[in-house]
Design a protein around this ligand. Structure first.
Ligand SMILES: [Zn+2]
Length: 362
């Protein structure tokens, strides 16, 4: 069933589904102004600090240029700072831009000062992702089945959506990017030259100071209006650890293991195979895969990322933290010491002594 607001022309309304605070569900179409009010109201009703509204325009054939980010007048008090009528000045500011055919954006994170930079962000009550285009939508829907989002906005560009997850408790500014990375890489990534590259969500959007297109405003790329696809006013929000639970760890750039030098010396310890010195020195049995948990106490390695070679000339190398080398390097790593070319002097002598005692006794 589709309902329209009496008095508004059908083309002036945008379909939406809103779970109301009392548990009922509204399915119908609302005018753009209502989409703006719901979007801003949901994100910032509890915000203590400033809400950034950003606006700009694109000249035909040109990229969008946002022009407001240095203007103190575009940072207005959120719901916990601005009194009962806090939303009115925000909607009036947005309405003025809409009347001038500007494109309009809102920052989901709260500012403690009237400024657009990272340093001005104090916290967020929402996490967000931006998926451009339709190709990523199956991955988005799969994620939303596991981790329902309390706000989904169709950005009206090339068919993509913005998803927002409400947090039960405010999240500190310096934890925002890391949390976003988990959601971004959960949607999909490739390794290119050993570096993870997000393939579904826009990785740049993880930034805490990011602004996102406001529902109920025109996207100049298409000439169509962004809209709230679904909003849930009743959900109390996610505990951060519940939201991120079960998502893959953020992939780290892989580290190329240095080639070991051939054995040209007479040191008998350096002829011992890595599997044997891992067993004797570290008590680690090396499986057929050659992958073990990193022996360094400084690296909490939950998935085995240390590669152990088959013979002494290959040595070992951790793809996670980069430690590696041969038998003395392992002896040093086990005490949290240096490895490779950084292992020298007294540290090297201690490592050699540990090897001697282990293999030949006191
Ligand atoms: Zn490691």
């Amino acid at each position: 069933m589709s309902t329209t607001i009496p008095g508004s022309a059908p083309e002036a309304v945008l379909p939406t589904r809103i779970g109301l605070a009392d548990g009922r569900i509204f399915r119908g179409a609302l005018p753009p102004e209502r989409h703006r009010a719901v979007h801003l109201g949901l994100l910032h009703a509890d915000s203590e600090g400033y809400v950034e509204i950003a606006a700009g325009r694109r000249l035909p054939g040109a990229k969008l240029r946002i022009t407001t980010r240095r203007d103190p007048g575009h940072f207005l008090p959120g719901g916990a700072s601005g009194g009962d009528r806090w939303l009115d000045p925000l909607l009036a500011l947005v309405g003025g831009h809409v009347a001038r055919d500007d494109e309009v954006f809102v920052a989901p994170a709260v500012r403690h000062e009237r400024g657009a930079g990272k340093a001005h962000v104090s916290h967020t009550r929402w996490l967000w992702i931006d998926v451009d285009g339709r190709d990523g939508l199956p991955a988005v829907h799969a994620l939303l089945r596991r981790k329902p989002a309390q706000l989904v906005v169709e950005s009206a560009g090339s068919g993509g959506v913005h998803c927002y997850w409400r947090l039960r408790r405010p999240l500190r500014a310096d934890a925002i990017e890391r949390a976003h990375e988990r959601l971004i890489y959960a949607l999909g990534y490739d390794l290119r030259d050993g570096r993870p590259v997000a393939t579904v969500a826009d990785a740049a959007c993880k930034d805490r100071s990011r602004v996102m297109r406001l529902a109920g405003t025109i996207n100049g790329k298409s000439g169509r209006c962004a809209r709230i696809v679904s909003a849930d006013l009743a959900h109390p929000g996610w505990a951060l650890d519940k939201l991120l639970a079960g998502l893959p760890a953020t992939p780290r750039p892989s580290i190329r293991c240095p080639a070991q030098t051939p054995l040209l010396h007479d040191d008998p310890y350096k002829r011992i195979a890595p599997a044997e010195y891992f067993r004797r020195l570290a008590g680690i049995e090396v499986p057929a895969s050659g992958l073990v948990r990193c022996p360094s106490p400084a690296h909490e390695d939950t998935t085995p990322s240390c590669h152990v070679g088959r013979d002494a000339s290959e040595g070992f190398c951790c793809h996670g933290c980069g430690i590696g080398g041969a038998i003395y390097d392992l002896a040093s790593a086990l005490e949290g010491g240096a490895t490779g070319r950084w292992l020298r002097g007294d540290a090297f002598r201690r490592a050699r002594e540990r090897v001697r005692v282990t293999f030949d006794g006191a």
